[in-house]
Structure formats: C-alpha cells, structure tokens
Design a protein around this ligand. Structure first.
Ligand code: SF4
Length: 417
C-alpha cells in the first residue's frame, strides 16, 4: 500500500493534557464493531464501568456532560491506562488523521480540528508539499478505517466504486488546483476565484463523460487562466476610503453580496453545535458583517494580515487534499472545491470579526483557535458534513456564479486601498 501525506505529518505529536480543546471533549465517539465487542467482554470493575458507560445500540460511549466518560480528571485516558494503547478504538487511535482510500493508495491528512495539527500546519511559511511512498498502517499510526469518501451523501449506505479513469484525471486536476492556490504572485482571494472557475468547467467535463478533454482544460488553467476568467470589479473604493460617504450605510447593509455572506453564516448556524463557544464566534461574525464599517474592516484586516496570507493558502490546500479526490467515487468535484472556498471565506470573515473585537490585533493563536473550531464543527459531525455537502451542491446562494460574485466583491474591497 502507498501512503500520501503532508510533508510535516511526522512532526505531529498529541499534547494530551496540555491541549486546549481535547478531542475527548464535546463530541460523540463512534465505536467500531471490534472495539465494542472487546470492551463489552471486559471483566471486573473496569468491565462493569465500560458497560455502564456505553450505549451499545448506538455504538457510542455515554458522555459525562460534554466529556468522554473515560477522560479522567488528569486529562488522561482510562482505557489507555487500564487496557493499553492497542485497546483504543479506531476513532481514538486514528485521530487526528483523516484517511481516504483509493485502491492501493491511502491519503492521510492531519485534521485541522486538532489544535496541535492546526498549529503545525499554520506555522509553515513555505508552500505545503506532499510525500508518497510505500508503507504500513502502523508506520502511519493508523488502525484500519472505512473511508468516508466511499459513501456519497445522497446514497448513504451504498458503496460507490472508484472510477479509475476519472481518478487518473483528478490527480492531475488536483495538481493544477495546488499550483493555482500556491501562486504567491496574486492574492489568495483571486486564486480562489480561478479555482472555482476551473472546478466549474471540470465538473462539466465530468458530467458529460468527457474525461479526455480534462487535459486541455488543465493546460488552459495552467497557462492562460487570466484570459479564461473574466474578473468583474465592484465599485467599493469610495466607501472604503470614506466611512462618512453618503449612502454608505444603505449600500453596505443592503448590498446583495453582504446579504449573501450573512446567509452563509445562517447556514452554519443551522448545523448541530459541537463546541459551545462556536455560537458566539458565529454571532461575532454576523455582527461584523452587519456593521456599517464592513468594507473598512475587511480592507483593513486584509492589509494588516497580508504577510500571513499563506495561512489561508494552507487552509484551502488542506481542504483540497482532504476531500477533492473523493470525487473519483461520487463524481462531484465541484462541491469539494466549493467546500474549500466557502471554508476559506467563513474563516476569513470570522478572523476579521475577531480582529475588530481585539482592537485590530490578530495573532497566530487566534487563527489556530478559529480554524480548528471551524473544522471541528463541520468535519467531525457526520450529519453536519453531509448537510453542508448537500447545501453546497444545491443552495441558490451557493451557486458557482454567486460564489464567484462573492469572491470578486472581497477582491474589490482588498484592492480598494
Ligand atoms: S485534539 Fe489533538 S492534541 Fe488535542 S488531545 Fe486530541 S489529538 Fe491530542
């Protein structure tokens, strides 16, 4: 088996009790059959405790408030202590690794929902790169896990087959997406705009079964994307420059792209809540978007944080690496790219809101806090992940056209000064 992963994969080490948002808090842990059977066969006092703390029919532990019932007062795991590391279930062994499997290839990412994994990723100033070599699950710290990508969200329970000819094309398409996202000669928001346009055209080829035409499309986006994508500008300069500009309030609050962004946050508000503080973070975001100073704040933050733009680049690359190739199973590449781009936009808006709240200061730890919380909310609840994919593929505010307008709007604000 070959393993492809991020080049910094082996730098990760769980920080256990020092973790500010332990993975043993705030979410239900799904138990695999083998571990469940093993736990239920335990004897003695610990066996009794395991039975008492497990909801067998749901294959889950019964949380103690918001904590895993085996997460002890010293922030250590009692299962690990009593039964050894080998006894940890698949979920606990593998976390924070996210696995996608394609015949003889496993792709393993470190999920951003772990604050420590997020910290390592966001600390890298260089472009993220990947390694691919032969190995074993053990070498990569894994217990075998059924990959999520085999199940299309609208066909839950039905296993999709890997479309090998499409997979070969998607590997090349993903390289193109990386090269656009890591093109540091232009701003990240423009890179996202090119990528969403590329994904839209790619999806057309997939839908029409024209896999042989994908190579030509890749060549166009590698070499001539500026000519291929017409970027529309919005007239926002006057409003960014002058907060007292006449009609500013009306234009800002009632602007269709501002309303659209508020709708995006509404969608996230409607998901199952995992981290208690997340609701406040979203509320901060909405307050910032509704502010009459929205333009100035967005423009101010983008200039303030220009030198750290690579953090957003990494977030986009992370989502593409983790999910894009899954379209070789469900033929829906566009939704995977939309997921990456919308995640970037939401994190950006929440960052601006935090920057405003912190008297126009924003640190690397602020970014870790927002990015990891975002990921925990959307990637580690199966229902949230599925709902979001459905919304991304069907919601009228999330059409490619609308997303493009949103990105053009942010780009115009960024360029206004
Ligand atoms: S979230 Fe990451 S660092 Fe924190 S306890 Fe879990 S694996 Fe360790």
């Amino acid at each position: 088996m070959n393993y492809r992963t991020v080049s910094y994969y082996k730098e990760f080490k769980c920080i256990g009790g020092a973790c500010e948002d332990s993975c043993c808090d705030n979410w239900e842990i799904d138990l695999d059959d083998e571990s469940l059977k093993f736990y239920m066969s335990q004897k003695g006092d610990f066996g009794k405790r395991m039975k008492k703390c497990t909801r067998v029919k749901d294959k889950q532990f019964i949380l103690n408030g918001t904590r895993c019932p085996f997460h002890n007062d010293d922030d250590l795991c009692d299962i690990y202590i009593e039964l050894g590391e080998e006894a940890l279930c698949q979920t606990c062994t593998n976390f924070p690794r996210h696995i996608e499997e394609f015949d003889d290839l496993k792709e393993v990412s470190l999920t951003m929902s772990c604050p420590e994994a997020s910290r390592i990723m966001l600390s890298k100033q260089d472009k993220i790169s990947f390694t691919c070599k032969e190995g074993s699950d053990r070498e990569y710290g894994l217990k075998e896990l059924k990959p999520v990508s085999r199940f299309a969200f609208w066909k839950r329970g039905h296993e999709n087959k890997l479309d090998v000819p499409l997979f070969d094309e998607l590997i090349k398409a993903r390289e193109t997406i990386y090269s656009i996202l890591q093109d540091r000669s232009i701003s990240v928001v423009l890179r996202a705009l090119y990528v969403i346009s590329f994904a839209e055209e790619l999806q057309e080829k997939i839908d029409e079964n024209e896999y042989s035409a994908i190579a030509d499309l890749i060549a166009i986006y590698q070499n001539h994307r500026e000519e291929r994508v017409h970027v529309k500008g919005w007239d926002v300069k006057e409003c960014v420059d002058d907060p007292e500009y006449m009609g500013h309030k009306v234009q800002c609050a009632g602007h269709p792209q501002v309303i659209c962004m508020l709708n995006y946050l509404d969608i996230y508000e409607g998901l199952e809540n995992i981290i208690p503080e997340w609701k406040n973070t979203l509320a901060e975001g909405k307050k910032h978007i509704e502010s009459v100073y929205y333009w100035q704040n967005m423009n101010g933050f983008m200039n303030y944080y220009k030198d750290k733009e690579y953090e957003f680049e990494h977030i986009l690359v992370y989502y593409i690496f983790s999910y894009f190739l899954g379209s070789a199973y469900d033929h829906d590449a566009l939704t995977k790219v939309k997921f990456a781009v919308v995640s970037y936009l939401i994190i950006l808006e929440l960052d601006v809101a935090r920057w405003v709240l912190n008297d126009k200061s924003f640190t690397y730890e602020d970014q870790v806090s927002i990015a990891h919380a975002y990921s925990k909310e959307v990637e580690h609840s199966y229902d949230n992940y599925e709902s979001l994919q459905l919304v991304l593929s069907a919601h009228p505010n999330l059409t490619t056209d609308n997303l493009r307008k949103e990105l053009e709007y942010i780009l115009s604000i960024e360029r206004a000064s």
